[in-house]
Design a protein around this ligand. Structure first.
Ligand SMILES: Cc1ncc(COP(=O)(O)O)c(C=O)c1O
Length: 421
């Protein structure tokens, strides 16, 4: 009989591993959309049909020429490690795409990452010192605060307010500045509200960043999803990095997930000030080594190939937005603005509408009822910060029939108890 290589002692729980896990998970926070998706998937596993309005991803397929480029790259043997900062062709294509939006971009300062979220992570890890304060929008994409904490920083929320149409206000940002403030995070068009930042506000925020020597992290993943105003005419939301001098203190975070229906490919990139490009690449190299080479080749096809498909998808989303927002706004107790960008609506539900949860915010219980009773998945606004309480985020990346059914379901949920079906 072969002697056992290891003595037969029962495995003991590793206390040290548990301690590390606790620290990291506390920093990570919870993901509202991820939790709702898990609940929705559980219902589907039990045989129920679910309308998915909780996850922010286009419902259409990746364009065929992009898929083809990825497959061709696999066949051509692009199956090995790639340069940590990305293949030169993709860095050049990304720089050109940014340049077309008026952002001065040197390919040497473009870093490719497995997703915009990974880019955000690498940039903040590269930039932050322990205790640095990071100004993040509230409500806002939950990753900003979580990643800032991961990186040893301290997220400080600046409020966006429904009564101001969720517009970013330089004065509200200035009010949150302290001597420890180091980074200002902007996101336009904005998740979860869909609202952009006006050119005047961008100028005010740029002035603030210069006066207080802040690094700006500008998340522009929805830049191509603009439906109204000057941004729609230009085909993209304006970037703070295009303002004079701002590229030197701005990290532009972008990616292919939303504009090219490539959420599952995991492909993003950043344009960084020269002094940060190297450190951010080092973080990426330690975390992921590189972004998959064949995926990057597909990305080159997406950025350099025909762009009409993007415009067509945006036009289709605009039709859905108008119809869905109007139907939601017509529900008694629900107020739904028509946001100018991204692909979310963020209706307010009146206190007392639907089943009220313990904290007095009707949205979480409403979201739960929508899912359990009607098979409609969405995210309560408080998952994006306390400023989102009283709201629901619904992605209108679904066929109009499903959006109509979702609006009817919300109407049924908020109807007075006696009138509920
Ligand atoms: C504002 C914002 N930034 C970044 C991301 C992440 O994008 P990616 O899929 O490229 O990691 C998302 C995804 O929902 C988002 O809403």
């Amino acid at each position: 009989m072969t002697p056992a290589l290891l003595p037969a002692v029962p495995p003991a729980p590793c206390r040290r591993a548990a301690a590390h896990r606790a620290v990291r998970l506390a920093a990570a926070g919870a993901g509202g959309a991820t939790e709702m998706l898990a609940a929705a998937r559980a219902l589907e596993a039990a045989g129920r049909r679910v309308i998915h309005l909780e996850v922010g991803e286009p419902d259409g397929p990746t364009p065929p020429h992009v898929v083809e480029a990825g497959v061709r790259a696999l066949r051509d043997g692009h199956t090995r490690y790639a340069p940590a900062a990305g293949i030169p062709a993709l860095r050049a294509a990304a720089a050109a795409a940014l340049g077309a939006r008026g952002i001065p971009a040197d390919p040497a300062c473009v870093v490719v990452a497995p997703g915009a979220r990974a880019m955000l992570f690498s940039a903040l890890l590269a930039a932050l010192r322990p205790g640095d304060e990071v100004l993040v929008p509230d409500p806002g994409y939950a990753a900003y605060g979580a990643v800032a904490r991961f990186a040893g920083g301290r997220p400080v929320r600046y409020r966006l307010r429904a009564r101001d149409g969720w517009a970013a206000d330089p004065d509200a940002v200035a009010a949150r500045l302290t001597p420890r403030t180091r980074v200002l995070v902007l996101n336009a068009p904005h998740n979860p509200t869909g609202v952009g930042i006006t050119p005047e506000a961008l100028a005010g925020l740029a002035e603030l960043a210069e006066r207080h020597d802040l690094l700006v992290v500008s998340d522009e993943i929805y830049a191509r999803h603009v439906y109204d105003g000057a941004g729609a005419a230009a085909g993209a939301h304006p970037s703070i990095a295009a303002l004079p001098g701002m590229a030197a203190r701005t990290v532009v975070v972008d990616g292919l997930s939303k504009a090219y229906a490539m959420t599952g490919w995991r492909l993003g990139y950043g344009l960084l000030p020269p002094a940060l490009a190297g450190p951010a690449t080092a973080v990426l190299a330690q975390q992921a080594t590189c972004t998959a080479a064949f995926v990057q080749h597909a990305g080159v096809a997406a950025l350099t190939g025909p762009q009409e498909g993007v415009a067509e998808r945006v036009a289709e989303l605009r039709v859905r937005r108008d119809r869905f927002a109007a139907r939601l706004d017509a529900i008694p107790g629900v107020r739904c603005a028509v946001p100018a960008g991204a692909f979310y609506v963020f209706p307010r539900v009146a206190p007392g509408a639907g089943p009220v949860s313990a904290a007095g915010d009707p949205a979480p219980a409403l979201a739960r009822r929508l899912l359990d009773a009607h098979g409609v998945a969405c995210v309560p606004g408080a998952a994006f910060g306390p400023g989102g309480a009283g709201h629901l985020r619904l992605a209108y990346t679904a066929p109009v029939d499903d959006l109509d059914a979702a609006a009817a379901a919300l109407r049924a949920c908020v109807a007075p108890p006696g009138a509920r079906g």
